[in-house]
Design a protein around this ligand. Structure first.
Ligand SMILES: *Cc1c(COP(=O)(O)O)cnc(C)c1O
Length: 366
């Protein structure tokens, strides 16, 4: 008999460090700029809000459990077959469903040292074992990932671009990764920031999923679509994966407002284009200005930048964070991601971007 006579969580659960979301407040500051969770400063498409308004007339009805209208809209915009799309309550849920469907005790899931924290959480929650692989120059290293594959490996998680670094693997590297994996290992490409990327050698994953049996792409409406609060994600996967995950997911996992708003949001291509181009302008500006004041910025292609503070001299990320908070700028500490002396900043509105650069310039010269 166990020493503690009360219900015990299954193996792995108590090893999980619960996810700590980005802060929202800056006590004492007159105006607060939340730059801690990579949300868009431009908000959602007005069409999405209108669609929600219409959908709220029938909240007494269960939503369409197959999220048909949303899948059709996604399929139309991306040129996909809707039957290869599965929608979820945020892409976090999609990642969790994949882990629950494919990982069990004794199995291993691989991700990289600065990879998204949810991969570890979902691996442990499924009872499986996380295998963490070193990166090279703050970027996923395909050779190191392949070298970590064992006979227990069932899944590889790769955020591309990655959060919190903003770095990416070109499509030929992702193909090399897929080609090197045993056929039974599922490669999960998390392309949460794909809409922001403007690189000819980047591919979110659609072209990799279609011809193979072991690649899944996960996407979200939380970033460029500005609908983080509604929780909408989706995956594009081979039919056999969709069929398996559909057995595990809750029957009504995407709510009626999310289905309506998501379908309208993804069809508003002008809004997406505007958000991407706004982001490009300000991410480039931020990287340049922060470098000028002596801070190292990891080259990012996402809607955020990772700012590194000097190793000596006392100008630490922790102190910078306090200084910024006192002025109302809420950035993200990234110690849990293996960067104790860096801050991640989401690209904000002009006033916020200029404000952070001015504040950090003052901080560094004090
Ligand atoms: C923000 C983010 C997501 C999106 O999560 P949602 O659950 O869809 O809000 C997924 N993956 C990564 C790497 C992210 O940074």
């Amino acid at each position: 008999m166990s020493a503690i006579e009360r219900p015990q969580p299954k193996t792995g659960v108590m090893d999980i460090a619960a996810y700590v979301p980005g802060r929202e407040t800056a006590p004492g500051a007159a105006k607060v700029w939340k730059l801690s969770s990579n949300e868009t400063p431009l908000g959602p498409s007005p069409a999405a809000l209108d669609a929600m308004e219409a959908a709220r007339a029938h909240l007494e009805h269960y939503p369409d459990g197959a999220a048909t209208k949303l899948r059709e809209a996604i399929a139309e915009v991306h040129g996909l077959n809707p039957s290869n799309i599965l929608c979820s309550n945020g892409s976090d849920e999609a990642l969790g469903l994949l882990a629950q469907t494919y990982l069990a005790r004794g199995d291993e899931a691989i991700f990289t040292e600065h990879g998204f924290l949810v991969y570890r959480i979902q691996t442990l929650a499924a009872g499986a074992t996380p295998v963490v692989v070193k990166e090279k120059d703050e970027r996923a290293d395909v050779d190191a990932i392949l070298a970590a594959v064992s006979e227990r490996t069932k899944m590889v998680f790769l955020a591309n671009p990655n959060n919190p670094t903003g770095t990416y693997l070109p499509v030929d590297e992702v193909r090399r990764l897929q080609a090197g994996l045993p056929k039974h290992v599922l490669l999960v490409l998390d392309a949460a920031y794909a809409e922001y990327v403007r690189r000819n050698d980047y591919e979110a994953g659609i072209e990799l999923v279609s011809p193979s049996d072991n690649v899944v792409m996960a996407r979200t409406f939380s970033k460029i679509y500005g609908l983080a609060g509604l929780r909408i994600g989706w995956m594009y996967a081979p039919a056999h994966v969709i069929e398996a995950v559909n057995r595990v997911r809750g029957p009504f996992n995407v709510n009626a407002l999310a289905v309506a708003a998501g379908a309208a949001a993804i069809r508003d291509r002008a809004h997406v284009e505007q958000a991407a181009s706004f982001n490009e302008t300000w991410r480039v500006w931020l990287s340049k200005e922060l470098t000028k004041i002596g801070l190292r910025v990891t080259p990012s292609i996402g809607n955020f930048v990772l700012i590194h503070f000097p190793d000596n001299g006392g100008k630490t990320a922790e102190k910078a964070d306090d200084f910024l908070l006192s002025r109302g700028f809420v950035l993200r500490r990234v110690t849990a991601y293996g960067f104790p002396n860096a801050l991640r900043m989401s690209v904000g509105l002009e006033e916020a971007n200029r404000g952070v650069v001015a504040a950090l310039s003052e901080f560094m010269s004090n």
